[in-house]
Every structure is written in structure tokens, then in C-alpha cells.
Design a protein around this ligand. Structure first.
Ligand code: PLP
Length: 260
């Protein structure tokens, strides 16, 4: 019997520089042995120095891609990335609602490393009201977690309370990534649906070649969920994968270079 190859869907923005967004998702999923289909929500003109242009796609273009994928593939896990504005968040939330695809990872992409805003304030509110209630896991970094939980995060106790608040918005599992913190260790805080929690730590790698790290983590979680792994194992395997590849970035471009 031919076995079904694990298949995912990424709903993302394209990064012309190849380091983040859709391109990071596809290469990460491939490296983690999952095939990924993709709905492109918008296109960015971007390189390692920053984002020079953003072009969200018309509704018809987005919904047509969903229809083509859903008519043909058996999708075992989904992730969302840059969604640009409230209108596009709503489009995606509606498609996910009626299609009932399993294992949704929401990467609430808001601001790129170079400082470009990839989501409007109204888009953030829509993610909270429309996407988090559908999320198996949400993967904010510290500034994103502050905006979702509407609180400052300074201490470790703040991370615990922010994660709880984010769960109250409907996300089942939460990982608050510590990359934007300081200190020799990057500490990610994980809070699971059943209330169990744990920290994942890794040495802080001194590099500015971190473009696409968030996408890589969320895409690898999605890849492992598509393979049927439990949420806790998927998170730990994804963390280990990122820790491995952040050590050996490609030397490309003049700014925040891409991962390998
Ligand atoms: N561009 C796109 C299209 C993205 O989806 C993302 C992150 O998800 C970024 C840029 C930002 O990547 P980074 O913050 O790692 O530079």
C-alpha cells in the first residue's frame, strides 16, 4: 500500500529575499519531511535589509487558492504567517472555519526584524477574535505576546500570566518565544492546553543572521503535527531543529541574513 506523505498547508506572505514567510515555510517543511501546499495571501518586496513593499492579494485570488488545494489534498496541519490586515485575517479565518482543517498553528507575525509592520492594529484585533479561537497553538515572540495579552512582559511570571491570557482568547497551546529577551540563554515558555507548562532553553547565538527564525519554528511545529506527533513532542522537535540550523546560517546579503 502506498502511504500518504504528511501534507500541510501554509497560508503566508511571500518574501522575495527568500529568508522568511512562504519560502522559509516550504524549505523548513521539506527539511522536516512534510510536503506543504500554500495559499499566498500577499507578496512582499524584501531582502536582508528590510521590506521595501507589501502587496496583499485580492480576495478572489486568496479564496481560489484555498478551493484548489481543498479539492485535491488531504491536509493534516495548517499554519498562518503574515496576513497584512483585518480583511485578510477575516478571509483566512472564514476559510479555516468552514473547511475545518486540523492542527492549526497561528504565527501572529506583526513586525519583521528590520522593523517593518506586517499587520495593521485592526489585523491584530481580528487575529485575537477570529483566529486564536481556532488555533491548536499560537507562537508569539515577546512583543507579539504583549500585544495579544495586553500586558507588559518583563519577568518570567509575566510570561506565565500572558500565556494564560492568550489561552483565554481561545488558543489551546501557547509558546512565547524568548528571542527578543536578553541574557545568555533564550528561554521559550510553553503552556499546554491541559495547564502543563515547561521552558525550552537554548544558548543565545550571537548573530544577526536570524531572518525567518519565527517562521522556521512555526513551520517545523506544523510539519511535525502533520506527521501525527503530539503537540508537546512537535514543539520540542521544532525547538531542537531551530537550535541546530541557527548555528550554521548562510552568509548572504548585507543585513539580517537567512537561515540555512
Ligand atoms: N516577511 C514575511 C512575509 C514574513 O512572513 C515574516 C515572518 O513571518 C517576515 C518577513 C519577518 O521575518 P523576520 O522577523 O524573521 O525578519
Amino acid at each position: 500500500m502506498i502511504q500518504q506523505y504528511p501534507t500541510a498547508l501554509t497560508i503566508a506572505g511571500s518574501d522575495s529575499g527568500g529568508g522568511a514567510g512562504l519560502q522559509a515555510d516550504l524549505k523548513t517543511m521539506q527539511a522536516c519531511q512534510t510536503f506543504s501546499t500554500n495559499v499566498i495571501v500577499g507578496i512582499t518586496a524584501q531582502n536582508t535589509l528590510g521590506v521595501q513593499g507589501q502587496y496583499p492579494l485580492p480576495k478572489q485570488v486568496v479564496t481560489r487558492q484555498f478551493a484548489s488545494i481543498l479539492a485535491d489534498f488531504h491536509i493534516q496541519a495548517v499554519k498562518t504567517g503574515a496576513l497584512f490586515d483585518a480583511e485578510h485575517v477575516q478571509m483566512v479565518a472564514d476559510e479555516l472555519q468552514w473547511s475545518r482543517l486540523p492542527n492549526l498553528t497561528v504565527d501572529p507575525v506583526m513586525i519583521a526584524k528590520g522593523g517593518a509592520h506586517l499587520l495593521t492594529p485592526a489585523g491584530i484585533r481580528k487575529i485575537k477574535s477570529q483566529l486564536l479561537p481556532q488555533a491548536t497553538i499560537v507562537t508569539p515572540n515577546l512583543p507579539e505576546a504583549e500585544l495579544l495579552a495586553e500586558q507588559q512582559i518583563i519577568s518570567e511570571a509575566d510570561r506565565l500570566s500572558a500565556a494564560k491570557k492568550i489561552q483565554q482568547l481561545g488558543a489551546k497551546n501557547v509558546i512565547i518565544k524568548g528571542g527578543h529577551g536578553s541574557g545568555p540563554l533564550v528561554k521559550d515558555y510553553v503552556r499546554l492546553a491541559n495547564g502543563d507548562d515547561f521552558w525550552l532553553t537554548a544558548p543565545r547565538v550571537k548573530t544577526k543572521r536570524t531572518h525567518g527564525t519565527g517562521d522556521t519554528l512555526s513551520a517545523s511545529i506544523t510539519a511535525f503535527l502533520a506527521q501525527g506527533l503530539g503537540i508537546s513532542t512537535a514543539i520540542q522537535r521544532a525547538h531542537a531543529y531551530l537550535e541546530m540550523i541557527i548555528e550554521k546560517p548562510l552568509v548572504l546579503g548585507h543585513g539580517h541574513g537567512p537561515l540555512n
